[in-house]
Design a binder for this molecule. Sequence first.
Ligand SMILES: [Zn+2]
Length: 599
Amino acid sequence: MIRRILLAVVCVCTVVSGGDALRAQALDPIRYTLRFPAPHTHYVEVEAAIPTAGRADVEVYMATWTPGSYLIREYERNVEAVTASAGTRALVVAKSTKNRWKIATGGASSVTLRYKVYSREMTVRNNWVESAFAMINGAPTFITLVERAARPHEVRIELPASWKKVETPLEPISGSANAFRAADFDTLVDSPIIIGNPLTREFTVDGKRHVVLFEGDTQLIDADKAAADVQKIVNAAQGVMGPLVYPHYHFLTMVVEQGGGLEHKNGYLGMTNRFATRTHAAYMGFLGTLAHEYFHNWNVKRLRPVELGPFDYENENYVKMLWVAEGFTDYYADVLPKRAGIATKEEFLDGVSGQIEQVQNAPGRLVTPVNMSSYDAWIKQYRPDENQANVTVNYYPKGAVIAFLLDAKIRKATNGARSLDTGMQWAMQRYSADKGYTPEQFYAVMGEVAGTNLQPWFQKVAESTDELDYSEALEYYGLRFRPANTSGRAVIGGATRNDSGRLIITSVRRGTPAIEAGLNVDDEILGIDDVRVRADGLNARLDQYKPGDKVSVLVARRDQLMKLDVTLGTEPPRSWRLEPLPNATPDQAARLTALMDGK
Ligand SMILES: [Zn+2]
């Protein structure tokens, strides 16, 4: 209700001032100062000067989640020592919900809110502060006013003596050291801040500054090689989407022995390990994540499902199109390194094959349509458990496979004149900025590009659990799935892990001997046919048997010993690896080359 009232006020302001920019200027900014008096204790101290507009009390809040990572994170759990004052006068500040506070202003035109944030979660969606550096994200750091207006937010950072540099996609405030301005709270949340002594390289494309940054243990990182290849990926992406649409871009990588990446409008925050640029395989993984997050600057940050904006930072924002926002982005994460001349043809096909394999090996693809796995991201994708693969399908690989099939469909329908690149450009022109697209609008624009109604096809691939049909794409490009070669090995069928010498079952998929025999997740396998199996010896032991053999498996379930009869199965063949047809026609070969080279 508060929101609706405030929205009405905003509308009036818009009419009076004639635009968002003017409206933003008309509101006094919230001014934050970040301090790190004892970074080794993992705290950032925040001081926020908050305008009150003369109200008797103001309500402020901290976001409970951050866009791009669809789970309520309860960031407020890391906040402590919240106080408020006006000049020298202490004010009453009281919690009004788990993540909100009410401040009695005493009539002051501005109040100062102070609090500390414990910052020791090494993920791209949270904060980390230590003696060497700080990684600050907006949602877990900045408490702001409860309002929908586009109010500017300014941040000034006081550096510990040993830290020399601040890098962030935020706009610097000229004439003020280490001070930055966001036009609104969304921009603040969308702009990670790295403070320390990072390794940086810069390049310019289309007159736009690109910063390639590494912070953490950067001794083994080859920043020159990385920057050169990142520039090639930027150039390849221009070939897909056209002119660059951001004012500048920050590739921010923490070298912290972790993985992951989170997209932002004018940059991305990723994590990698110290050997990321040393071996080809590790480097391709690093660049694949980078290409994915970079492509998001178009697909999801500017061209977005209609539900993903304006964000409600305190509640789930349900969306059915993450298979486009994430899956299509994942497809281009395979496409861009190939077109940049970094990945080989085989690596590209391996990338697409891996996506297909993930979809086809998940029993849950026959249970949940991909648009609903997107909708339920908040309770499933980001809360995986041992039964996940049985009941749902990951929208990343399924979306990527749909993109691959759609690309072929458009190319075939237009005799190679258009492609999915054209579709993404048209969608961008039509639905970017503040518009957003509905599923029907997305289906329609792709149909227009293809010159045919694609709605029934989209409904089948995205809104039903029907199996995907690969035949059209394979025929168009002259590809086939490599003939399945079965190892012939006997298997139980459950996944296991070595837990300090204990052999523990971690998942039991539908259609396997394990589930038929009643083996459970968390069972500890102790022996087969009265002979001990050690934690690293399961496969070697099963090699002593043939598929179809009946064995007795001794397990401990909550410390109770029991024997279960299992009929061993056959290791499933790897059936989903793409390769060019040995007798592909010149036309087919040319089409595959056009896809890989971006023609
Ligand atoms: Zn993504």
